[in-house]
Each structure stands twice: as structure tokens, then as C-alpha cells.
Design a protein around this ligand. Structure first.
Ligand code: DP6
Length: 338
């Protein structure tokens, strides 16, 4: 049973140099058209294509260096993490894809610039930055599309975090997954904004991986999801290319709510949204009736992400005074947070 991403890493590692210190940065991303459900858990292949916007300087910086004490060590935001911690276990399992059984101990330092208070997941940017850092440290010279395919093995959404701006992950149809990778859209939309309304900043009760598997296995509403999500993805891509903000916002919000509906219909029911999340949504829908041009999207957590254009920033801040605003296309002029 071949796994194209795995074969790619194994072949690339045949030409690996002795590891050298290498640092890389990857932005986090938010899906406007969601990935929810796998057609192959082992190769981490999705049932449907998805499309995201990267979060500029909100992301992860990772340094991979040869070990100076003959053992693997991992640091997260400056503090060393025990190797049996779940974060370290996941990161080291990913590193093992690269070095297989070879004894190449590494020191890995990861810093997240996502404000903790924003309650956003960092696995997408984390696996993308780790892929890039390993690629650089071992001198593999893999292309970004190749790295996207490999990052997908760490976390599906990570395959979209190799680029800034709008990124589409094509589900692919090949059994070995060689055509399931992301690519950037050739679109720049400087006025596009993301607002994060933090509702719950603690760890989520259920990982997105468990949540999507449980939904796919038990929710009667899930049957219609893959086809509808594929259609949404195509329409959302078209609305981005046309710079049709209202259409994009309507589609993205409907897509997110449909994803959450599949979870609610799961048995037992699953909901990442809490009473406060719904209160934020209701406030948004009321404000929209009063003319505010903003839409919402929600992932496997309680926080609400708002989509709007620069011109709506002030009215939006009046409705949501604590909103944290991200300029996805402002990364060229901003200093990174890390
Ligand atoms: C709701 O990429 O975290 O954020 O591939 O199992 O690691 P795994 O899942 P993950 O799922 C992300 C789900 C989502 C939607 C999305 O980002 O497209």
C-alpha cells in the first residue's frame, strides 16, 4: 500500500546532508471552505477539497538543529517540553517520518506567534514550519508543493500553511495521495480582513481529528457533506477570484454552519460552539441586518472568526470591541511577531 508523501520523504532522505541548524516560519490558516472528513485515515486524505486564508504574522517559527547532547529535545515557546507530552509525541512522530530508524538526534525549538488569547489552533502552522525546517536542516531541497504533501501527513490543514494568502487544497483522487496537496491562488486582496472574537482560549475538549472521524462515522447529515463541500469550495474560489465579498462571506458562513450541523447530528452529538459562540453569532446577524458587511466562520473550537473588508473595520469594532484584527495581505510590510 504506497503512500506518495511517505515515499517522497524516504527518497529525499537518501540524499540528506548531516543536519544543519535551520529556522523556518509558517503562517496559521483559517478555512473559508472546510476540510471535514477523510477518505483515507492512514494517508490523511480528505473527502473534499478546501480553501483557506493564511494569517500572515500569526503563525509558528521552528528551528531544527543537530543535538548537542545526543538526544532529542523539544522546546515550545521557550520552555522545554517532556518527550512524553502529547505535543512532543506528535512532533517526534513526524520527525521520525524523515529520519526513519537512523540515529540523528535533534533539538527542535518552536515558537507560536498566535496570541494565546485568540484561542486558535497552531497545528497547521506547526507542522508546516516543522516540514520546512526539516527540509532545510537536511538540505532536501523539496519544492513547496512537495512539502505541502508531506505536511499533510502531520495535519491535513497544515498542507495549506506553506503559503500566504488564499490557498486551495485539492482533495485529489489518487489512492496513494500524490495529487492531494495545496497550491496558492494567484489573488491579492489587500482590503481583506479577519477578525478573531475569542470565546474560549483553553484546549479543546475533542481534537478536530477525533471530531471529524466521529462525525463521519455516526452523523446521518454527513452523507450529503462531501459533495456539498466540494461545490462550496469551487464557488468560494470563484467568488475570491471575482473579489465578490458578499458572495464569499455568505458562502463561507453557510459552509461553516453546515459543517457544525453535521457534528450536531452526530451520535452522540458534538458541538464545539458554546452559548457564548452563539451569542456572538446572533450579535453579528443583528448587526448585519443594520448594514454591517461581515460574516463568520468557526472551526473545531468555540471562537468566532469574522470576515470583512477594511472599510468595515470601525463599525465592526463598535459591535465587537475586543476583536483582534488580522491583515492577511499585510505581511510584506509588518514585522513578524516572533
Ligand atoms: C475544522 O487539519 O486539524 O479546522 O488532518 O486530522 O490533523 P487532521 O485535522 P485538522 O482539521 C482541521 C479541521 C477544521 C477545518 C479546516 O481547517 O479545513
Amino acid at each position: 500500500m504506497t503512500n506518495a508523501a511517505h515515499t517522497l520523504v524516504t527518497c529525499a532522505m537518501e540524499r540528506a546532508i548531516l543536519p544543519q541548524t535551520f529556522t523556518s516560519y509558517a503562517p496559521s490558516n483559517i478555512a473559508l471552505s472546510k476540510y471535514w472528513g477523510k477518505r483515507d485515515k492512514h494517508r490523511n486524505l480528505p473527502l473534499n477539497s478546501s480553501l483557506s486564508i493564511s494569517l500572515a504574522d500569526w503563525g509558528t517559527k521552528t528551528t531544527v538543529a543537530p543535538s548537542t547532547d545526543d538526544r532529542d529535545r523539544i522546546w515550545l515557546n521557550g520552555a522545554e517540553v517532556p518527550c512524553d507530552d502529547s505535543f512532543a509525541v506528535k512532533a517526534l512522530a513526524f520527525v521520525r517520518l524523515f529520519r526513519a530508524n537512523r540515529q540523528i538526534p535533534l533539538h527542535i525549538k518552536t515558537e507560536n506567534s498566535l496570541p494565546t488569547a485568540a484561542g486558535l489552533a497552531s497545528s497547521a502552522s506547526g507542522f508546516a514550519a516543522l516540514t520546512q525546517a526539516l527540509n532545510g536542516a537536511f538540505g532536501l531541497e523539496l519544492s513547496l508543493p512537495q512539502q505541502s504533501m508531506i505536511a499533510r501527513l502531520g495535519s491535513g490543514s497544515a498542507c495549506r500553511s506553506l503559503w500566504h494568502g488564499f490557498v486551495r487544497w485539492d482533495r485529489g483522487i489518487a489512492e496513494d495521495g500524490h495529487d492531494s496537496l495545496a497550491s496558492p491562488l494567484d489573488v491579492i486582496w489587500p482590503e481583506f480582513r479577519i477578525g478573531v472574537v475569542a470565546v474560549d482560549t483553553g484546549p479543546k475538549a475533542q481534537s478536530s481529528r477525533n471530531g471529524m472521524n466521529h462525525t463521519a462515522e455516526t452523523s446521518p447529515l454527513f452523507q450529503s457533506w462531501p459533495e456539498a463541500a466540494e461545490a462550496d469550495c469551487a464557488k468560494i474560489e470563484a467568488s475570491i477570484i471575482a473579489h465578490d465579498f458578499v458572495h464569499l462571506g455568505q458562502l463561507a458562513e453557510a459552509n461553516a454552519l453546515a459543517m457544525h450541523a453535521t457534528m450536531m447530528a452526530a451520535r452522540p452529538s458534538l458541538s464545539y460552539l458554546n452559548a457564548q459562540s452563539w451569542a456572538v453569532l446572533e450579535r453579528l446577524w443583528r448587526a448585519r441586518q443594520d448594514g454591517l458587511q461581515a460574516y463568520a466562520t468557526m472551526d473545531a473550537g468555540a471562537n468566532i472568526k469574522l470576515l470583512f473588508l477594511e472599510a468595515s473595520t470601525e463599525p465592526l469594532q463598535e459591535v465587537f470591541p475586543d476583536v483582534q484584527v488580522i491583515e492577511p495581505f499585510g505581511f510584506c510590510t509588518q514585522q513578524t511577531r516572533v
